[in-house]
Design a protein around this ligand. Structure first.
Ligand code: CMC
Length: 447
């Protein structure tokens, strides 16, 4: 077990008005470092020279106190429950905008003019179809494959069909960036729908160019042979909102992964494929699947949520869709989704018992000292699955939809690192805790 070097190392931040610095006292030496301040006033001690100066590194497993980059894309104030993409509050974007417009904002930094918007939309629309040679790749997957595994593989494979955009030559990849970004945003939903149809043993459905982004996705998912998908009860708008709310969220696990991969000079396709893998885990994007599984299990057990809350407090289970590394307040996305769920379900006339359990769990947790003391609030995944369920999306596809939504954020972060002029590869250090040097033992002498 590692122990902090409490006595020898003493960290003292000494903020001054003009020039902020922080001093680190290690044994009898003092090392002084500049303090970086972001545009929203958050501070960081720039320890980039620490090891060179002192031989020490910082230790921050899980990176809860570590800024890995400067970024101008998304701002979160976790204490206050604030989320802004490129300066715009998520509430305003959710109310006035749509997924594709927010994708443009996140990637290019500004809301598009009418002309930019229609150009971007046209680029996305004309790139919807998948090269038919790729259809054969789907046949190689057993029908039990998880669609996240298929999506990650297919995004990487997609780069092979556009070698000029996925060259691992930074200058060349950047030259083709606009096309690659639009192409990925478009094709990711086609690949996702194909993964679903493959799993269901259904023929692929070709995209329709007259449909908008979310509607086209639902069409490719659900149009049966001879029976077009019909939107009802505002489901298309609800899915569009779901995607918009997931579009970017600062340096989370998958976005950090994308940046990590990109830092080696890897192309956009490879980097976002890695992002899909990081997103898959149940503590990250996979939580939206786990929330529904949890609610189903509670329902099956005839519990209204009270017994489950007790088992979560006892550490026997985890209340999925609750808690967040950054938010120590209500996740603003959860608020928006929570309200939308009510509207969608009431328009559909659906009385979903899982929603009642979710509401009960939420109220019980918000009033329970265990959750209050730890500042555990519902996160985006708590209610998002209810919308997807209402839209008829199977639970295995929930995290795939998260990935479609998050793609603009990954793309913007790849672009930020690729254009930053900082060519430093991401390469953390470690504290080695294994055996000291020992000598090779021939097999016949090993116990
Ligand atoms: N249910 C019960 N206890 C919890 C939960 C939870 N969902 N989340 C955290 N805790 C407890 C944890 O046991 C610990 O207690 P103690 O101090 O007694 O040891 C304390 O709260 C701090 O938790 P932590 O695990 O150190 O916090 P973290 O910042 O490392 O983890 C988290 C954040 C999101 C992984 C975690 O809250 C969690 O596992 N939540 C459930 C999974 C989930 O909903 N994930 C989606 C996150 S939002 C979407 C996204 O961006 O991916």
């Amino acid at each position: 077990m590692l122990k902090p070097h409490v006595k020898a190392v003493q960290l003292k931040a000494s903020f001054k008005h003009m020039e902020k610095t922080a001093s680190i006292h290690i044994e009898d030496k003092v090392y002084t470092y500049p303090v970086i301040t972001g545009t929203e006033g958050e501070h960081a001690i720039d320890v980039r020279r620490l090891r060179k100066d002192s031989g020490f590194i910082t230790f921050d497993e899980g990176f809860a106190n570590t800024g890995s980059c400067e970024s101008a894309i998304t701002f979160i104030d976790g204490e206050k429950g604030i989320l802004r993409n490129r300066g715009y509050p998520i509430e305003e974007l959710a109310k006035h905008s749509g997924f594709l417009e927010v994708a443009y904002l996140i990637i290019y930094g500004e809301l598009p003019t009418r002309e930019q918007s229609s150009e971007f939309r046209a680029k996305v629309t004309e790139n919807t179809a998948i090269h038919t040679n790729m259809h054969a790749l789907f046949d190689g997957f057993p029908s039990s494959s998880n669609p996240m595994a298929i999506l990650s593989s297919m995004l990487n494979a997609l780069g092979c069909y556009y070698p000029e955009m996925a060259s691992n030559n930074r200058e060349q990849d950047l030259e083709h960036f606009d096309n690659a970004a639009a192409l990925l945003i478009s094709k990711v939903r086609t690949l996702a729908a194909m993964a679903y149809r493959k799993e269901m043993g259904l023929p692929f459905v070709y995209p329709k160019h007259d449909l908008r982004y979310a509607a086209n996705f639902l069409h490719m998912m659900f149009t049966e042979p001879y029976k077009p998908f019909e939107d009802h009860a505002g489901l298309t708008e609800a899915i569009d909102l779901f995607l918009l709310l997931h579009a970017d969220h600062e340096q989370n696990c998958s976005t950090s992964t994308v940046r990590m991969v990109a830092s080696s000079g890897a192309n956009l396709f490879a980097s976002v494929a890695a992002g899909v893998c990081a997103l898959w885990g149940p503590l990250h994007g996979g939580a939206n699947t786990q929330v529904i599984r949890m609610l189903e299990a509670i329902h099956r057990d005839g519990d209204d949520g009270s017994r489950f809350i007790e088992s979560a407090k006892a550490g026997k289970s985890r209340l999925m869709g609750f808690g967040h590394r950054v938010y120590k307040n209500y996740d603003p996305r959860a608020k928006i989704i929570g309200e939308t769920v009510e509207k969608v379900l009431s328009k559909l006339g659906v009385d979903d018992p899982l929603l009642d359990i979710a509401r009960h769990l939420e109220q019980a947790a918000l009033n329970d000292p265990y959750f209050v003391e730890r500042k555990l609030y519902p996160n985006v995944d708590f209610y998002s699955g209810m919308i997807l369920r209402a839209a008829g999306i199977p639970v295995e596809m929930f995290t795939v939809l998260f990935a479609i939504g998050r793609l603009p954020g990954w793309i913007a972060n790849w672009h930020e690192i690729a254009t930053s002029g900082n060519t430093k590869i991401h390469r953390p250090r470690q504290i080695y805790t294994g055996p000291n040097e020992r000598h090779f033992v021939p097999i016949e002498e090993r116990g």
